[in-house]
Design a protein around this ligand. Structure first.
Ligand code: AMP
Ligand code: FE
Ligand code: FE
Ligand code: ZN
Length: 285
């Protein structure tokens, strides 16, 4: 179902296929009127997205970011909303994380080459362009050379967390990511939490660090997962948010912006907008 809000989307500033302005246009065409641009470790797309949004008087662009962190046995992704790209401390943090992404991309290419898989760093750089380097760019290189038939297969065969060509990088811990988003004046939200083994443990930890919400209405989450996550959100006093996590990478079954199976309720949309207004008022003071 189409939803008028989508709080999780990627552009070419990280591993999305569309430029920020193309993304805004696509989202608008699919009925989205409030969209958060949440690139991995980057706000470099925000300025262009804002300019594109000015072309639609009834469209609101929320600046955001997604930070990847690790816990034993899994990954925890944290979204930050209303972070201002002009903040020097924010940019220092993001630059450091992006630098580690480049090194880690090179290490994955080296591991692949050592396995006899002939992908090159030049290919990965070409797919990443100016954006934050991510595993999907390595996957695109593998796809181009015919080693896989789709992006997901790259994760299954090579670069998934337990894959033979996976390489680690510098990351914040989950609570450091939340705390730094909060310290920088943003709103923190736990991304795609459905498959976390110890969800309650993670939520307790992150709530203490200042987490405001979690994704409940995510891309393909069906009724059962949504119910369970809503219950967890209630127990930890978190606002249920969500989005499509649109990348444009995953073929014709990938939901478009706003195309979550379970759309965001109005209260959730209004709650984020209200927090944004509060943040803006605080900053103006
Ligand atoms: P990275 O940020 O470089 O660690 O890469 C994580 C990104 O890879 C996610 O944001 C997704 O876009 C993509 N991704 C992660 N796991 C998978 C998977 N199993 N299949 C397809 N794409 C994935
Ligand atoms: Fe991604
Ligand atoms: Fe994510
Ligand atoms: Zn994402």
């Amino acid at each position: 179902m189409e939803c008028r809000a989508d709080f999780h989307c990627h552009s070419t500033a990280s591993d999305g296929i569309l430029s920020p302005s193309e993304l805004v246009k696509l989202a608008y065409e699919h009925g989205v009127r409030i969209m958060a641009l949440t690139d991995h470790d980057s706000t470099e797309g925000v300025e262009e997205a804002r300019r594109a949004a000015e072309g639609y008087p009834d469209f609101t662009l929320i600046p955001g970011v997604e930070m990847g962190t690790d816990i034993p046995g899994g990954e925890v992704h944290v979204l930050g909303y209303f972070l201002e790209p002009g903040n020097a401390e924010l940019q220092e943090t993001l630059q450091r994380l992006r630098d580690s992404r480049r090194l880690r991309g090179q290490r994955m290419v080296e591991k692949l080459q050592a396995m006899g898989v002939e992908v090159t760093w030049e290919q990965v750089e070409r797919f990443a362009g100016d954006g934050a380097v991510g595993r999907p760019h390595v996957a695109q290189a593998l796809l181009e050379k015919g080693y896989i038939d789709n992006i997901s297969e790259a994760f299954e065969k090579y670069i998934g967390r337990d894959g033979p060509a996976y390489a680690d990088r510098t990351k914040l811990t989950p609570s450091e990511a939340v705390a730094s988003i909060v310290r920088l004046g943003g709103v923190a939200c736990l991304a795609h939490p459905r498959d976390l083994e110890d969800l309650d443990g993670v939520l307790a930890d992150l709530k203490a660090a200042g987490l405001a919400g979690m994704e409940v209405h995510y891309k393909y989450y069906e009724e059962e997962a949504v119910k369970r996550l809503l219950d967890a959100a209630r127990r930890f006093d978190l606002i249920p948010w969500g989005g499509s996590d649109y990348h444009g990478l995953y073929g014709e079954d990938e939901p478009f912006p706003g195309g979550m199976v379970s759309p965001l309720p109005d209260e959730s949309i209004e709650a984020l907008l209200r927090l944004g207004r509060e943040r803006a008022a605080e900053k103006a003071r």
